[in-house]
Design a protein around this ligand. Structure first.
Ligand SMILES: *Cc1c(COP(=O)(O)O)cnc(C)c1O
Length: 465
C-alpha cells in the first residue's frame, strides 16, 4: 500500500507574490551578477533556496504577538515572555538575548576562552570558529571521519569522536581546553545530526575532566527530529522532550534564532551557570544593549517567544524535514548525484559528479548554481572551491573534496509543488549536463570571496547554461 501523503500542517493566510521571469531576463540577470547567485537582486529570483537563515514564514500567532511588544528600555514584559519560553523549552535558567547568533558567540568566546586554549568542535561553523579564534582559541575538529566522506551514508555524521577528544587531552591536558563547542545538525557537514547515545557518552567523558559542553544549539530541533525518527527508544517521545534531554547534557548554549526559532532576526545565550550569565550580561551592555532587549525590539522578543514554542510541535518539524527529503528523493530517483543521507535543512547536489567533464578549477558548483538559476529562476549557493578560498601560504586555491551546490529550504515558505519545480529543473539540467560550461573568475575579493567574486563563461556561447 502506498504511504499516505502528509500535508503541510498550516493554511496559507497571506501570500507574497513571487517574481516570474523569462529565460532572456534571467540570462541578462546572471550576466549582470557575474555568474554569482549572491549578487542577484532578489527581484530577479523565483524560488529562493540561497539560505534558511532568517527566511522563515512567521505564523499568525507570532505576528499578533508582535503587536503586544513592550518597547520599554528596561524590564520589558516581552523579555519576560521570551525568558519563560526558553526556560521551558530549552531548560536553561538564565537567558541573554542578542541581535543574532554570532553576537552570542562573540560574548561566549570572549568570556570562556583564554588565549591559546583549544575549542573542540564537531566540524565547524564559520562564525562560531571565527569568534573562537578572535578570542585566541584554537579550533580542533572532533567530528567522526564519516562526516568528511560524501559517499558515507552513516546516519549520525554529526557525531563526536571521543578518541579525537582523548588524544587532545592526552597531548595537552584538560586545562588546555576552554569548553566543548558542539553543534546539533552540523551545517557544514550538510545538516547531519548526532545521536543521543553519542552526546550522552561525550557528556560522561567530559564530566571526568570537568569540561563543560556549550552547544551551538541553532539547529537542535532538527536534530531532535532525527533522533525521534532514527534512534532506538525515541520513536514515541515528543521532539520537545528529546530537545530538553539533549540540552540537559550542556552547561549552556548559543542560538541563532534565524533558524529553528522561526523568526527573521534574533539570537540568545542561555545557561545554568550563574557566573557565566552574569559576565555575559556585563559584556552585553557594551556590545548589544540592556539584558532585557539585547539589540532587539520588544516585538522581536515576542515573535521569538512564540516561535520557540511552535518549533517543537511534532507535526511542524516532521513536515519541515520531510519536505527536504521529498526534494532529495525526487533527485535521487532520477539519478541526480546528491549527498546522502539528506540533511535537516538542505539538499546538496554533488557538482563534481554532476559535471564530471569540468575540472575543479573551472568551478563546477558555481557553474551549476548559475545554470540552475538561468533554467528556472531557482537560486542556490556554491559550496566548493570558491567558498574554500585560497591557502594563506601558497596562495593557490584550496581544493576541497566536496564540490557542492546547496539547495536550502526556508521554513514554512514553499509548498511541495515548489519542490517539484526545483527537482524538474535539476533533472532537466542533469539530462543535458554536458552542455554546461565552466567559468573563469574575473574578480576575486581577498576574503570570503564567494560573496562577491565575479565570473565569466569560458566559452562565450555558453551563456550560463
Ligand atoms: C547561522 C548560524 C550561526 C550564526 O548565527 P547568525 O544569526 O547568522 O549570526 C551559528 N551557528 C550555526 C550552526 C548557524 O547555522
Amino acid at each position: 500500500m502506498r504511504p499516505r501523503t502528509i500535508a503541510e500542517p498550516y493554511r496559507i493566510k497571506m501570500v507574497e507574490p513571487m517574481p516570474v521571469t523569462t529565460r532572456p531576463q534571467r540570462e541578462a540577470a546572471i550576466r549582470e551578477a557575474g555568474w554569482n547567485t549572491f549578487l542577484l537582486p532578489s527581484d530577479a529570483v523565483g524560488i529562493d533556496l540561497l539560505t534558511d537563515s532568517g527566511t522563515s514564514a512567521m505564523s499568525d500567532r507570532q505576528w499578533s504577538a508582535m503587536m503586544l511588544g513592550d518597547e520599554a528600555y528596561a524590564g520589558s514584559r516581552s523579555f519576560a515572555n521570551l525568558e519563560r519560553a526558553i526556560r521551558e523549552i530549552y531548560g536553561f535558567e538564565h537567558v541573554v538575548p542578542t541581535h543574532q547568533g554570532r553576537a552570542a558567540e562573540h560574548l561566549t568566546s570572549q568570556i570562556r576562552i583564554k588565549p591559546g586554549q583549544y575549542v573542540p568542535m564537531n566540524m565547524y561553523f564559520t562564525t562560531t570558529r571565527a569568534h573562537a579564534e578572535r578570542a585566541g582559541g584554537i579550533f580542533y575538529d572532533c567530528i567522526v571521519d564519516e562526516a568528511h566522506d560524501s559517499h558515507s551514508e552513516f546516519p549520525w555524521k554529526g557525531n563526536i569522536d571521543i578518541q579525537k577528544l582523548q588524544k587532545l587531552v592526552d597531548a595537552h591536558g584538560a586545562e588546555s581546553i576552554a569548553y566543548l563547542s558542539l553543534a546539533p545538525c552540523v551545517n557544514m557537514a550538510g545538516g547531519q545530526p548526532f545521536s543521543m547515545a553519542n552526546i550522552k557518552a561525550v557528556a560522561a567523558w567530559a564530566k571526568g575532566y570537568n569540561l563543560p559542553i556549550i552547544f551551538d544549539a541553532t539547529r537542535a530541533v532538527e536534530n531532535a527530529y532525527f533522533i525521534q525518527s532514527r534512534e532506538e527508544g525515541y520513536a514515541s517521545r515528543s521532539v520537545a522532550s528529546i530537545l530538553k534531554e539533549m540540552m540537559g547534557y550542556g552547561e549552556g548554549c548559543t542560538v541563532s534564532s534565524k533558524k529553528d526559532n522561526l523568526v527573521n532576526i534574533g539570537g540568545f545565550m542561555a545557561t545554568n551557570n550563574p557566573d557565566f550569565a552574569r559576565k555575559t550580561k556585563e559584556l552585553l551592555v557594551v556590545f548589544e544593549g540592556m539584558p532585557t532587549y539585547g539589540g532587539l525590539a520588544g516585538r522581536d522578543l515576542e515573535a521569538m517567544a512564540v516561535g520557540v514554542r511552535e518549533m517543537v510541535e511534532d507535526a511542524y518539524i516532521a513536515s519541515r524535514i520531510r519536505q527536504v527529503a521529498y526534494l532529495g528523493q525526487q533527485l535521487a530517483d532520477a539519478g541526480v548525484p546528491t549527498v546522502k543521507p539528506f540533511g535537516g535543512h538542505a539538499i546538496f547536489l554533488d557538482a563534481r559528479a554532476f559535471l564530471s567533464h569540468l575540472p575543479q578549477d573551472q568551478f563546477p558548483a558555481q557553474s551549476l548554481a548559475a545554470a540552475l538559476y538561468v533554467d528556472s529562476g531557482v537560486r542556490a549557493m556554491e559550496r566548493g572551491i570558491v567558498s574554500a578560498g585560497r591557502d594563506p601560504k601558497t596562495h593557490d586555491h584550496c581544493r576541497p573534496k566536496l564540490e557542492l551546490v546547496r539547495l536550502t529550504i526556508p521554513r514554512r515558505v514553499y509548498t511541495n509543488l515548489h519542490m517539484d519545480v526545483v527537482a524538474e529543473s535539476c533533472i532537466a539540467l542533469f539530462e543535458q549536463r554536458e552542455k554546461i560550461q565552466g567559468l573563469k573568475m574575473v574578480y576575486e575579493p581577498e576574503s570570503l570571496r564567494f560573496f562577491q567574486a565575479r565570473f565569466e563563461p569560458l566559452v562565450a556561447a555558453g551563456v550560463g547554461a
